[in-house]
Design a protein around this ligand. Structure first.
Ligand SMILES: Cc1cc2nc3c(=O)[nH]c(=O)nc-3n(C[C@H](O)[C@H](O)[C@H](O)COP(=O)(O)O)c2cc1C
Length: 216
């Protein structure tokens, strides 16, 4: 095994080593609205679910890098979320993954990515920000907290207020997702992605006898 101390590395070396080895990561295609009502969409894979009470997502948003077309500026997603306090997380599966990745291109702020890449948007119910019509699942979120942990990066915590889920993916009786039918893509390092169609089931055995009531 090779041992590598983080303190000796450049920012980009740390980026490639961490994003190449923490994966596959779920992809949030985040829609947000700017002050002129332009619907923005961008993919974020530094993203995950953080809890149920309150139901929270976290998304780490970098500022534009020195090499970019807008060095040091906040990304539109972060700007819009901070200003409006609302956003939608659209989940990404096979039929939409290529267009979702295209949304990560360097579009200027006044260009609506969904329109530019050929997504239809449709109104949400609990937030003013539209969702991607083709997304299999979409989460309506209100801003819970922004953690500015460095000059370069912020973590957005969003409280999930409601979800849209395609009927065939929902077990309506048990109120669960048909996980055998939902096929999100995952992100590996760089432009590498994976399908989630090759599944295994591994149950956790019970070691100690359970006490108390089951969680509802
Ligand atoms: C699959 C994918 C995942 C990405 N994940 C992140 C991420 O977690 N954080 C981030 O700051 N940028 C991420 N990016 C880059 C942003 O999507 C890109 O900078 C985008 O242009 C930002 O758009 P915006 O200014 O409209 O928010 C990702 C790009 C792709 C293609």
């Amino acid at each position: 095994m090779t041992h590598i101390a983080m303190a000796d590395l450049s920012t980009m070396q740390k980026y490639w080593l961490t994003t190449g080895s923490v994966g596959p990561r779920p992809i949030a295609l985040v829609t947000s609205l700017n002050g002129d009502g332009v619907c923005n969409a961008a993919p974020y894979s530094a993203f995950n679910y953080m809890g149920e009470n309150p139901p929270l997502f976290a998304i780490a948003v970098d500022h534009y890098g020195p090499e970019s077309h807008r060095p040091g500026e906040m990304k539109d997603t972060l700007k819009n979320i901070v200003a409006r306090g609302e956003f939608v997380v659209n989940m990404v599966d096979g039929p939409i993954v290529e267009r979702a990745v295209l949304c990560g291109s360097d579009f200027p702020a006044d260009i609506s990515e969904p329109e530019a890449v050929g997504f239809a948007v449709t109104p949400s119910t609990s937030v003013s920000v539209p969702r991607i019509a083709e997304a299999p699942i979409a989460w309506e979120c209100k801003l819970f907290k922004v953690l500015e942990f460095s000059e370069q990066r912020s973590i957005v915590f969003g409280e999930i207020v409601a979800m849209y889920i395609r009927e065939d993916l929902l077990d309506g009786e048990r109120l669960r997702v048909h996980v055998d039918r939902f096929e999100p893509y995952g992100r590996l390092g760089g432009p590498n992605y994976c399908r989630t169609t090759d599944r295994v089931r591994i149950a956790v055995p019970t070691y100690m006898p359970t006490v108390g009531a089951a969680r509802e």
